[in-house]
Design a protein around this ligand. Structure first.
Ligand code: HXC
Length: 258
């Protein structure tokens, strides 16, 4: 797969997507987000891929939507094209696990894109923010909703209203990122984590992801019911038999994704 604004490489069963517009700090132009949607379509269909890591450069994961591209758009331009929905949100429908490996700036749409992934691993130089208010707009790719769910109203409100950035330490303390690693260990660590996930049974992994995501969409009772039925359904898989037999026989499991 070759793209103008992305680099996609394979690492065993893990695909690494690197946002690659370094001169614009990976500003998320329409071309870039279209390519990202296309790459995810390919990786979703690819049986050799079981997880995805999304990253940027050491200076910027992504500094937001492309302000220079957006600045002259009219209301009708953004409304009629349903700006954002079609391409940006592709990753939220991606069924395989996704990890955002964030170094440097993750601002505006960059922070929103990272939050669309299943979890975020941050380098120690990461900075997160929703600075849209400073350029006369508001977050439009889920920032007001996902950030609030992740870090709570008080911190989300302050960040959205002032545009202030959070450093990696604050982001970890607030629950925005799962952990912080030194910058030079970010990609190796994210790939190792994704490879660990990719070593599990893929269908069981898809169920686990779907169950956790339902916690954001359902009441507690509905979510627990959904989880219980998925849990029951794992007993219809060969991989549940293999996993539990392997434990009993004191050997590593060999999952067949069945
Ligand atoms: C277009 C951008 C950009 C962006 C940076 N650049 N961010 N271009 N859109 N979002 C470009 C700069 O214009 C510049 O290009 C080059 O990248 C390097 O940026 P500098 O500003 O020179 O770097 P630095 O001084 O290190 O400052 C880094 C920065 C700053 C703090 C991240 O670039 C910045 O504030 N960027 C904008 C952040 C932002 O407001 N993001 C939210 C966007 S709105 P040239 O050609 O001049 O060298 C958004 C809405 C999402 O995301 C809603 C859903 C779609």
């Amino acid at each position: 797969m070759t793209y103008e604004n992305l680099i996609v490489t394979n690492h065993g069963k893990v695909a690494l997507i690197t946002l690659n517009r370094p001169k614009a700090l990976n500003a998320l132009s329409p071309d870039l987000t279209r390519e990202l949607g296309d790459a995810l379509d390919v990786l979703e269909a690819d049986n050799a891929t079981a997880a995805v890591v999304l990253t940027g450069s050491e200076k910027a994961f992504a500094a937001g939507a492309d302000i220079k591209a957006m600045k002259d758009w009219s209301y009708m331009d953004v409304y009629k094209s349903d700006f954002i929905t079609a391409t940006w949100e592709r990753i939220t429908k991606f069924r395989k696990p996704t990890i955002a490996a964030v170094a440097g700036y993750a601002l505006g749409g960059g922070c929103e894109l990272a939050m669309m992934c299943d979890f975020i691993i941050a380098a120690d130089n990461a900075k997160f923010g929703q600075p849209e208010i400073t350029i006369g707009t508001i977050p439009g790719a889920g920032g007001t909703q996902r950030l609030t769910r992740l870090v709570g109203k008080s911190k989300a409100m302050e960040m959205v209203l002032t545009g202030r950035m959070m450093d990696a330490t604050e982001a970890e303390r607030a629950g925005l990122v799962t952990r912080i690693v030194p910058l030079d260990e970010l990609i190796p660590d994210a790939l190792k984590t994704a490879q660990k996930i990719a070593s599990m049974s893929l269908p069981i992994t898809l169920m686990a992801k779907e169950a956790v995501n339902s916690a954001y969409e359902m009441t507690l009772n509905e979510g627990i019911h959904f989880e219980r039925r998925l849990f029951h359904s794992t007993f219809a898989t060969e991989d549940q038999k293999e996993g539990m037999n392997a434990f009993s026989e004191k050997r590593p499991p060999v999952f067949k994704d069945q």
